[in-house]
Structure formats: structure tokens, C-alpha cells
Ligand binder design. Sequence first.
Ligand code: BGC
Length: 756
Amino acid sequence: MKRARSLVAVVVLVLGSLSSAQTAVGRDAAIEARVEALLGKMTLAEKVGQLNQYSIERKTLDQDIAEGKVGSLIYVTGAEETNRYQRIAVEKSRLHIPILFGFDVVHGYRTIFPIPLAIAGTWDPRAAQEVARISAVEASAAGIRWTYAPMVDIARDPRWGRIAEGAGEDPVLVSRMAEAYIRGFQNKDLSQPDSVAACVKHYVGYGAAEGGRDYNAVDMSEARLREVYLPPFLAAKNANVTSFMSSFNTLNGLPATANPYTLREVLKNEWDFRGFVVSDWNSIGELINHGVAVDKRDAARLAMRAGVDMDMNSGNYIEYLAGLVRDGAVPEAELDDSVRRILRIKFALGLFDHPYIEDKREASVQLTAADRAAARRIAAESLVLLKNEGDVLPLKKTGTKIAVIGPLADDASTMLGNWFAKGQASEVVTILQALRARQAQGDAIVFAPGGEVTKSTARDIAAAVAAANAADQVVMVLGERGDMSGEAASRSDLGLPGDQEKLLETVVATGKPVTVVVISGRPLVLTWAAEHVRALVEAWLPGTEGGNAVADVLFGDVNPSGHLPATMPRSVGQIPIYYSALSTGRPVGNDARYFSGYIDTNNEPLYPFGYGLSYTTFTVSDLKISPATANHGEIKATVEITNTGSRDGSDVIELNSTVPKGELAHPERKLVAFTKVFLKAGETRKVEMIVPRESLMVADRGEKLQVLHGTYRFFLGNEKRAELEASIDIPAPELKTVGAKSSIVTPEKPAPKHTD
Ligand code: BGC
């Protein structure tokens, strides 16, 4: 092992802290004064108008806007279009209040980056921030100043297609990514013309839908809600996010869009959130389907009373809210509070002072060479190398004949994923195009699609076998089409769709070395492939530059450094499966038969959360946690990492801890901090991480979060490093609850429910 140099890299996690130029939402006195002055002039109808969002489909938009009935528009894009509607609002409506234009800019606007699940796989919040910044520049030039991102739903069930849109299964990883997206979108100063207000979604619990079926019911304990599902939202709030979106699902029987506990009590009171809450698309109207509202008027009343400030496209607020206030069913003070929240963000965005978009900027800032380069770099960083038997990868650049096989090798639209905004398939570089472009001799690549994603004929498979037989190496590009994940795209079978498994098995039977590049919006079940192919690369839905990114990794120009942001199951029956499971009374190994397991498979996933290989190797040593007794103040971890291979590369260090014994059972392992380090071949670095108190907290009494006292054992994430351990003691009592106004409670007395 060569030790090139040793230096200390200090990694300071920015825990949602605001940059100095940014004032927390609702704390700018000048803005608050302008809000109050305007509110004082508004009629009841004008107030309700601010709470109403219509989409481009509304037939009478011009007139509605002129009459002050539209606070926001969704799906109107482009400088010309947004300016046209904005002119009506600013010049024709009585109070000249500008419109807030919202759009889903989730992983790019025109330059499409990999899906958010893939970006989480970089374990590099800087990548998420860069994606959001570039997206904000492109979108804002097209008049969009509000985006419905980041999605921070914890997803532990890959049957749920929307796992693609979030950052995976772990609250710490999802929180760090959420903060980074918000920094990127909102930038230092929201009033700058290229800043975009972010909206975290879907509040709350949406990812825990029963059976992985989209929009389905969610039932969970208060402890799980507090420990797992709420923390990314709190992190977003602390990072100054401007808005929240209420979700479609029921939570413990109550639809999230009509839930005064989560919306008013937790978000607005306990956390003191001063931005606004928007419903999800028609989720107010759907309160009738849920069986909690008798009619549309009742739906408007329930959502308003619960704390939803803006109605996304159900039309129920604009139709019934004024009447509800007049009848005393909704207090006017509640309506005023909602109006204030929305106006506050419009002022903060500078919309009153600069309502229009500079027409000429739009084309010149989109899909620039620099944006493409960033998309390629980030996509390459998101690829996860799962297997590389006999170092079959990287591929040789010359002198090898490569058969490219699979229905997704040349599928441009799939590369764009599920929220591709203004991304164009014609602008995508497919994997086949990229491999062809890079191959030195024009004739070295042979291509056989092997059929379509959902079916292959015997002829398709025979042509693929012939291509494989004529080649030295086979690269198969298999998986799901872009529209097979995302919203309303739940799957009950997570194998390769159609006849792709048969195609794979037949090609592997040729005996040629096969590398499989997996295209998917979720972890698939790839058990057969993992056993039989030589190399396996998870490429997700990698975006506009996805083909180049895959080629960069396959040929070794980029050393893979992605790690799984969600567990990859070995069978659908294991789902939900995640690394931070609770203990059971009958763990594996306790008894030959009567343990918590399956009789037809084991409990282990195919690949665990955090798994990912590299073309180089790393060793870690000397894990230290300080101070040894940590009642208050910062907890620091240091570890030495060495690149012991012959290539430069990046590794992810995941720091886990156990939770001491409490009143409730707690996960046996919790991620508490992580960092990604780049090391030249042979280089050693000492890396320092700050362990945020929040990541040690659990809801021991099923209520607010607290740090338990006792011994915390820290260890690194990757199995092969499990022998590195360090512990600290947190003495009693440190039961500091997390809330708007934190309180100290004694260990003997349980905190009363929902105190401040
Ligand atoms: C989705 C949201 C999205 C909204 C607006 C809904 O169907 O659930 O995530 O932001 O549509 O497009």
C-alpha cells in the first residue's frame, strides 16, 4: 500500500443553515409591512383569489385573472406566455398582484439530469445543489419562479413508482439532499430573477402507501412518523423552504390534505413554518372520495381549517371559501393567515417589483455546453457498480468487438425519466450512440435490440444471440421504460419486464462475458442477473447525457462512485425491506426454525442500502468519535481512508450508530452522517464529520424526538468495515425535545403530548 500524502479534510455538514444573505421566510420586516398594507386593501373575493391556482386548461383564464381570481398558475411556461398572463394580472386586476407561476422542475427543465433517486445515489449533496441551480436558471428564464421539488418522501417499497422521485429510504440521506436542492433552487437571495421558490412534497407519509400502490392509505405510529417520515420535512423547513405540498394519502385514517395535526399543529405551530401549504392536484376535491367531506363546499372547509393555504386546481376554494367565511364556517383570520403566507413569498421573490421575464434570456441559458457537461458528470457519478467479476470492466477502448443488446440501448425518451419538463428526446445521447461514438473502429459495435421492453419474438432473441456470438464482449441494456416508474406507476413484479429475463438468460448461455446496464426508476429484483452476469451496473434513468455517462463508466474514463440510496431486494416478497429495521424477539440464528424469516429465501437483500463498488479499492482505519462523554455540543467523527488501488476514485463514508436501550424498540443501526471523498491512487486522508444531534434522536415515547442517554456505538456502513468501532456515552438526562420552542423534560416524567 502506497501512502502518497496525508491531510485533513474537514467536512462540515451545512444543516439547513441559511446563508447570511438570506432572511428566513416570514422574518423580513419590510416584506411583512408590505404584506399587511396590501392585505388591508383586499376584498374577501380578492383574498380567496390569491388562494386559487388554475392550470393552463382553464378556458376563461384571461377574465379570471383580470378579476383577481387567480393567485397562481400551473403548467404555463415560456417567457412569452407567462409575461402575457402576468400583464393581465399586473395591469388589469384591481390590486395588480402578480401571479406565481409553478411547474414541476424535478430533475431539470430543459437539460434533464438523472432522476432524483439516482442523484441521491451520488451521496453528494453538491450534485443535488448543482442540478437545482442549473434547473432554476433554465426554468426562471421561462417564467417559472416556483417548483414542486424536492420530493422528500421516504420510500422503502420499490413497488411504489414514485420512489424514482425522491432520495431513497433513509431520513439522513433524504434530509441532506433536500437541503441541497433548496439551496440550489432558492439560491442566496430569493428576489434574484434566477431564484426559484422550492416546495417540499408530499406532506406527509405518502411513500408508505400500503402495498406500494400509489395514492393508497398509510397507517403508521407516531414514533415512525416522527423518526422517519417527518425529519426531511423539518430539515427542509430549517433550510428556509418557501412551501409545502399536502399529499394525496390518508394518514392513520385522515387524508393528509385535511389533517390539522400535521399541517397546523406540527408544521405551522410546532415548527413555526411561515411559508404556505399548497394542496396536491385536486387533493381537496378528493376529500369527497375519501369519504370525509360530504360535498365540495365541505371539502374546501376541511382543507382550509386543516391548514392548506392554496388549492391546486380543484376549484373548491374559489367557489366556496368566501361563502364559508361569510357563514362563519371558516374564520376570516384563518383566511387572512393563508393570504399573508402566499403574498409573503410573492414579495420575497421580488414579483411585485419585477413581474416580467426578459424574453431574450430564455433560449440562451438552456441546454448550454456547460449544462450538458454537468449533466454528464452528475449522471456518471450516480451510476452504481454492483458487480465486476474478474474486472471485466472497464472495457478496452480498442481491439474489442462489442455486441450491444437490449431494447433500451437506443431508447432516447426513456433516458429522460418521469418528470422531464421541457427535455426533448431528440437532444438525448443514447447508450448505443455514445458507445458507437467512442469506439475507435466504426465496425466494432454490433447492435441487436432483442425485442421491445415488454415483448420479444424468437427472431429478436435469435438475432441477439447471433450478435453476441460475433463479439468479444456483450453489453446488455435492460430494464424499465421511463413511464414504468413515477406517479401512478406501481408494479407488483419487479423483475425485468416482458421477455427480457429470457433474452438475458439466452445471451448469457453463449458464454460471452456479459455486462448488464440496468435502466430503471427503482431498485429492481435482479437476482438471476446478479448471479450469472460478469458485471452489473445500475444506471437508473440518467437524463439527456445519460448515454455518454454510461460510456464514461464502461470505458473507465470515470471511476464509478455511486452507492445505493435504497435497498435492492432479492425478491418482491421481502418488501418493505430497508437497512434500519427494528429488532425482533426472534432474530436469525436464534433457533433453527422459529426465527423471523422466510422458509423460501433469506432475510438479506440482494444489495444493501449504501452498496456500491469502484474500479479501485479503499481501506479505512482509525475511527474516532469525540468527545467520549457528550452531553452537549458537537460530536465529531474522524476516520482515515486510503485509496489502495491504482486508479483515482471517490468513496462514500457512511457513519452509523446504534441506539441505546429505551422504552421502545429502536433500529439496530441508524445512518447518522456521511461524506464522499475523492482520493488519488495511493492517497490517504483523514476525514472529519460532524454528527448532527438530530440524527441521533428517536421518538422513544412515540412523541417528540429526543437523544436517549446511554452508550452509542458508531461503526461504518460498509460490511467489510464493520470491525471499525468507537463509542461515546451520553449521560442522563439529555432529553431535549425538538420543536419550535424546545423544552427540557426530566427522564422520569414523560413529556405531555404535543406540548411546546
Ligand atoms: C403530483 C405532484 C405534482 C402535481 C403537479 C400531482 O399529481 O402528485 O407531485 O407536483 O401533480 O404537477
